[in-house]
Design a protein around this ligand. Structure first.
Ligand SMILES: Nc1ncnc2c1ncn2[C@@H]1O[C@H](COP(=O)(O)OP(=O)(O)OP(=O)(O)O)[C@@H](O)[C@H]1O
Ligand SMILES: [Mg+2]
Length: 362
């Protein structure tokens, strides 16, 4: 019979294994090891555990209909000084003294996102890092936009921003998988039920951002992220990456003026024809991009993919693809969805509820 371990305490951080000053017992009780990696019964004289290689708990079985899959960075990882990495260019500043940093969990064209933990509470966070010498610095701006948005469903919390001579770091709520990752994990197939849920949540997030006078301008699967998989918001989609956002409403509540000849901002694959053609973006373009993302999920691609090095060809393909070809095998409601968006005037407020109802009917 195994000797009972003294003073077992549930670990506050990982919550998945038990730790005493002397012994470690994994949460499933399979293994008892001391710091010399010996069976505890065979090594009675070691004093104190210093570091323990984290071992992943067995995968949690989710019912097949549940959308989010546990992301790889979530299983019982303990961020100890030994797992701490150094962000290139960062020695110490107000963020690195308050947060330990672990591995990369995401990368975009502007920033790299790391998993971190508060040194005080061990609460896990995401740390987005942007190099000072990047072409278009936008992290400080992104932080300010987030900080001005009142808390709401699907709006990530941001905690702090810091900089040194080489990088900017923004500390924010740790979320789960983005939609592109999730789509790939599901072998690039979303069921219509999932499409309905995703589409409706995307529209609600965009509607809220618009209600704050802000356009996102970079609607794409990578910028919608599920809540942390172990939390109560695991199935909630968050809209992230406000670095390219812009106000559509001026401080005196007027619409920004229509302009032409603008350089397109956003991701070519999901941008509306208006943006391609250099028209000033407005709310209609964000909602059209939501429709294009959903069509991408249904077909696995959009007709102009593969032409990305040739901007003119993309525009030509976009403009010349008939709506029924664009919507292909998607439910008929998508033809209505895209036609509605394309008919919106520059200043019109989209009828988000109507678009959600269309999706509910598919
Ligand atoms: N708070 C977070 N929690 C977990 N993962 C995150 C978080 N923020 C970002 N990520 C991951 O990192 C990726 C890149 O983040 P983000 O979009 O903010 O960077 P970016 O460089 O601005 O990207 P883009 O290329 O879209 O402009 C996201 O697609 C997502 O997978
Ligand atoms: Mg992004």
């Amino acid at each position: 019979m195994a000797t009972p371990l003294p003073r077992l305490k549930k670990d506050r951080v990982a919550g998945t294994f038990y730790r005493t000053t002397k012994y470690v017992r994994w949460w499933d009780g399979e293994e008892l090891r001391c710091e010399h990696k010996l069976d505890v019964k065979k090594c009675g004289d070691c004093l104190g555990l210093k570091t323990v290689a984290p071992r992943l708990p067995p995968p949690i079985q989710l019912p097949p209909t549940v959308t989010p899959i546990l992301s790889n960075h979530w299983p019982a990882l303990i961020i100890t000084p030994s797992t701490t990495t150094v962000i290139p260019g960062v020695k110490t500043n107000s963020v690195t003294s308050k947060y330990r940093v672990s591995h990369k969990i995401g990368r975009g064209s502007f920033g790299t996102v790391y998993l971190g933990a508060s040194t005080e509470s061990n609460e896990r966070v995401a740390i987005k890092v942007e190099e000072m010498n990047c072409k278009v610095p936008q992290l400080q701006y992104e932080y300010e936009v987030y900080s001005r948005i009142p808390p709401a469903i699907g709006v990530p919390r941001v905690y702090s921003i810091a900089k040194n001579s080489k990088v900017h770091l923004m500390v924010m709520e740790l979320l789960g998988d983005d939609l592109e990752t999730q789509y790939n994990k599901l072998n690039r197939v979303f069921t219509l039920e999932q499409i309905k849920d995703i589409g409706s949540q995307m529209l609600s997030r965009v509607e809220y951002l618009h209600s704050q006078g802000i356009l996102h301008r970079d609607i794409k699967p990578d910028n919608f992220v599920y809540g942390s998989p172990h939390g109560e918001h695991a199935k909630t989609l968050y809209l992230i990456d406000l670095g390219l956002s812009k106000r559509w409403q001026t401080s005196d509540h007027k619409h920004i003026p229509y302009r032409e000849g603008k350089s397109p901002v956003g991701t070519q694959r999901y941008m509306s024809l208006n943006i391609h053609l250099g028209h000033e973006p407005s709310r209609r373009d964000d909602v059209e991009s939501v429709g294009l993302v959903l069509l991408y999920f249904i077909h696995g691609m959009l007709p102009w993919q593969g032409l990305k090095n040739d901007k003119d060809k993309v525009i030509e393909k976009h403009a010349s693809t008939p709506l029924d070809v664009l919507c292909g095998k998607a439910p008929v409601q998508f033809v209505e969805y895209i036609s509605y968006c394309r008919a919106l005037k520059f200043e019109s407020k989209p009828d988000y509820a109507y678009l959600r109802r269309l999706l509910e009917r598919i």
